[in-house]
Design a protein around this ligand. Structure first.
Ligand SMILES: Cc1cc2nc3c(=O)[nH]c(=O)nc-3n(C[C@H](O)[C@H](O)[C@H](O)COP(=O)(O)OP(=O)(O)OC[C@H]3O[C@@H](n4cnc5c(N)ncnc54)[C@H](O)[C@@H]3O)c2cc1C
Length: 419
């Protein structure tokens, strides 16, 4: 038997690969009552609210090879953002090759010519294959990379920090430069999208091809031990399962606990959802406030991208908060409304607080040192104990899907079912 611990994207990608190879001798164990892990969409007052702000991209190889994006009913973002220029006004900044007309209409971008030159050279490097996350360990932090490249302060504060601070949940951009390249490559090569009906669709589509009887929910794995004839998987209930191979796909904290690794530092995020009778702005893109100490790191009129997220006649906007997340809901809503209103004065009369989603342990801190330490530790795992998900690479949907499939293939190979 092959045991998969964790029914998130990584665990289910592994299960799908086992099913495709005709292997039915496996179980997916999850301590919760549902599959999907950190990927979840909840319905509140008829609105479809993702648990935290998520975006997918066709630039992720996994959305071609493992879970083709067309299965996800993609709803597309435009390749651009609204950001604050040197005098604090909101201006559009579009990818000139994807939206030449909009880029032309927007006029000269709000940055210096040398910033555009650095964008072009960094983009070309990423396309040429320097997006490899492992190179990350040699390349310092994202902040170092941007400063060594010579991007202006205006460019860092208007674009890089709000955008990638939001992606990494790391205002200081101490995340590995390799990851910045990894994501930049995905955004240049592909199109950003929301799976129709919310990010939870990633999980529900994966789950469709896995028979219900392979899942065991409310099954918290307490310990995994290697013995002379395979692995002993101990559940909280006292039950012991025997497995020839174990795929640990139970998220960074869960994996660290089972392997007795130092617990990763997890980064929180809070998402404020507002409803309204009409859209606050018409573009299909994120808005990036510039101030580093701003409460709202970015916001987006989600129903411009997927109208199906709100009941008919309503609109949905999400604001991602990284600073001061410990404030109560009412204070967060009023501060956020004030900040959004400073950029778009209609906000005050239009946006109504709907719901707050708090994710206290969303992503692990992914500094170059931490990525290097996971790489080193992985090399010492006993044969048959396989890792999938964040600690097997990085915290992304792409990595979860790819490392899930790779772990399943190793398990099949070890049990002689894949040659
Ligand atoms: C708010 C947020 C926004 C994100 N945005 C993006 C984005 O825009 N783009 C992107 O690429 N990535 C994004 N990510 C990252 C991406 O969602 C994750 O990296 C990916 O979903 C991880 O999947 P996983 O299966 O490895 O882990 P998880 O989803 O964490 O699944 C682990 C599963 O293991 C179970 N488990 C844990 N311990 C045990 C145990 N001891 N026994 C049994 N079961 C256990 C848990 O219940 C869970 O179901 C985001 C993540 C969050 C939280």
């Amino acid at each position: 038997m092959i045991a998969i611990v964790g029914a998130g994207l990584a665990g289910m990608a592994a299960a799908r690969r086992l099913e495709n190879a005709g292997c039915q001798d496996y179980t997916i164990l999850d301590r919760e009552s549902r599959a999907g892990g950190r990927v979840d969409t909840r319905i509140i007052d008829g609105f479809r609210l993702d648990v935290g702000f998520h975006v997918a991209s066709t630039g992720y190889p996994a959305f071609q090879r493992i879970l083709p994006s067309f299965l996800l009913d993609p709803e597309w973002f435009d390749a651009g953002v609204l950001l604050q220029n040197g005098v604090g006004e909101l201006v559009p900044f579009y990818h000139p090759l994807r939206h030449p007309r909009s880029a032309w209409d927007a006029g000269w971008p709000p940055f210096a010519a040398w910033d555009l030159f650095h964008f072009a050279t960094l983009g070309l490097e990423c396309l040429a294959g320097f997006g490899d996350v492992w190179a990350a360990t040699h390349h310092g932090s994202a902040a170092d990379l941007l400063s060594k490249r010579g991007f202006s302060d205006l460019c860092v504060e208007s674009f890089w920090r709000p955008f990638f601070g939001g992606v990494f949940l790391d205002q200081d951009l101490q995340t590995s430069a390799g990851l910045l390249r990894y994501y930049l490559r995905a955004f240049i090569l592909g199109r950003a999208f929301l799976p129709g009906g919310g990010i939870g669709r990633l999980a529900s589509i994966l789950r469709e091809k896995i028979p219900d009887e392979r899942f065991r929910f409310h099954a918290n794995v307490r310990e995994v031990e290697k013995g002379p004839d395979g692995f002993r998987v101990a559940l909280d209930s006292g039950e012991i399962l025997r497995a020839v191979s174990v795929i640990l796909a139970n998220g960074p904290v869960g994996v660290s606990q089972l392997l007795h690794w130092p617990e990763p530092e997890m980064r929180p995020t809070t998402t404020l959802y507002f409803k309204s009778r009409r859209a606050l702005y018409p573009e299909r893109c994120l808005v990036l406030p510039r101030a580093k100490d701003a409460l709202v790191r970015h916001y987006v009129q989600l129903t411009n991208i997927d109208p199906g997220l709100a009941p008919k006649g309503s609109h949905l906007l999400s604001a991602t908060v990284l600073n001061n997340q410990d404030l109560d809901d009412g204070t967060l809503f009023s501060l956020a409304l004030r900040e959004i209103g400073n950029l778009m004065p209609d906000a005050a009369g239009l946006l109504e607080p709907l719901h707050v989603t708090r994710v206290p342990a969303a992503l692990p801190a992914q500094t170059p040192q931490r990525l290097a330490s996971w790489l080193e530790r992985r090399a010492n795992l006993p044969p048959g104990l396989l890792l999938a998900g964040d600690l097997a690479g990085n915290a992304s949907q792409n990595n979860a899907l790819e490392t899930g499939v790779a772990a399943a293939e190793k398990a099949l190979w070890m049990t002689g079912r894949l040659t």
